[in-house]
Design a protein around this ligand. Structure first.
Ligand SMILES: [Ca+2]
Length: 293
């Protein structure tokens, strides 16, 4: 992988929020202030339930494929681009659902050029064993360096990479890759490489239901993999502002994982004016630690 592209991935891709988790903590704290009803003796504690998907108007649900591909709710970047209409923002053509229609002539092209994605809400945790993809016709290079991620927060704040597409795809056919990650995920997605608008013709996930464990993760290269997700899917641009984020380190051939809340901000002077900006982050776990540049 080219260093700059690798650095770009390490620095700022796949950025999302864990605000909902924070709000949940607040809600729990608020609920504890109320007078709790007396507990009944010997009442068994109910098993925690998995979150249940509640359909909303306009949601698109993909059925399981004949080849065993997983069903799920289509999720991803909101707007597509209409190449046939002066590259206007669209909700009617080149849609997210078109990567799940098994038609190589249809594709998802996002309106924004970078930091866009498409994926599935699987409804419950799944161990992913294989993925498949096909590039848009005439654009096979646009899948190179795309990241496949799994998460259990709907905002992908806890996402980890499970695959990096290493080279250009092949038109008019699926390219498959085995996935070796033991953690189960409810949410899975394809994160577009920089500046290519996804332009993905087909995408498929394979696996089985289960929470799995943390014994095996995907390490992108021989170096430890660093994945950072910033609140609200933002890319920090302002030197004076800290952004809540989360960092995940995967190392020792994917057998070890560390996950931390962090604060991220742009650093530098002239270098901060570049498109690829330098960042610094501080581990935000309540303990005193130095900034890491
Ligand atoms: Ca398609």
């Amino acid at each position: 992988m080219h260093y700059r592209e690798q650095h770009q991935y390490y620095s700022l891709m796949k950025l999302t929020s864990y605000l909902p988790a924070f709000l949940l903590v607040l809600l729990l704290a608020a609920s504890c202030e109320k007078d709790d009803p007396p507990k009944l003796p010997d009442t068994p504690t109910p098993a925690p339930e998995e979150p249940i998907y509640l359909p909303e108007e306009g949601d698109i649900y993909i059925e399981a494929g004949e080849d065993g591909s997983l069903p799920g709710l289509v999720i991803g970047s909101k707007y597509s681009v209409d190449y046939g209409n002066d590259n206007q923002k669209s909700t009617t053509v080149n849609l997210k659902k078109h990567v799940f229609d098994r038609n190589y002539s249809t594709f998802f092209a996002s309106y924004d050029r970078s930091n866009t994605w498409v994926g599935l809400d699987l409804g419950e945790k799944h161990i992913i064993t294989k993925i498949g993809y096909a590039p848009r016709n005439t654009q096979p290079g646009r899948v190179q360096l795309a990241i496949i991620e799994g998460a259990n927060e709907s905002d992908f704040s806890d996402a980890v990479p499970i695959y990096l597409i290493p080279e250009a795809g092949v038109e008019q056919q699926m390219t498959y890759a085995d996935i070796n990650c033991s953690r189960g995920f409810r949410y899975v997605r394809y994160v577009s490489p920089h500046d290519v608008r996804c332009n993905l013709a087909e995408l498929a996930f394979y696996g089985y239901a289960g929470a799995g464990d943390d014994s095996r993760f995907y390490q992108v290269t021989g170096l430890p993999t660093v994945s950072i997700h910033v609140k609200d899917d933002k890319v920090p641009q302002n030197k004076k502002q800290d952004f809540d984020a989360r960092i995940t380190l995967l190392y020792e051939q994917g057998t070890l994982v560390q996950e931390w809340p962090i604060l991220v901000r742009v650093r530098g002077n002239f270098s901060a004016s570049h498109e690829n900006k330098p960042y610094r982050f501080k581990i935000n776990d309540g303990k005193i630690v130095p900034y890491i540049h």
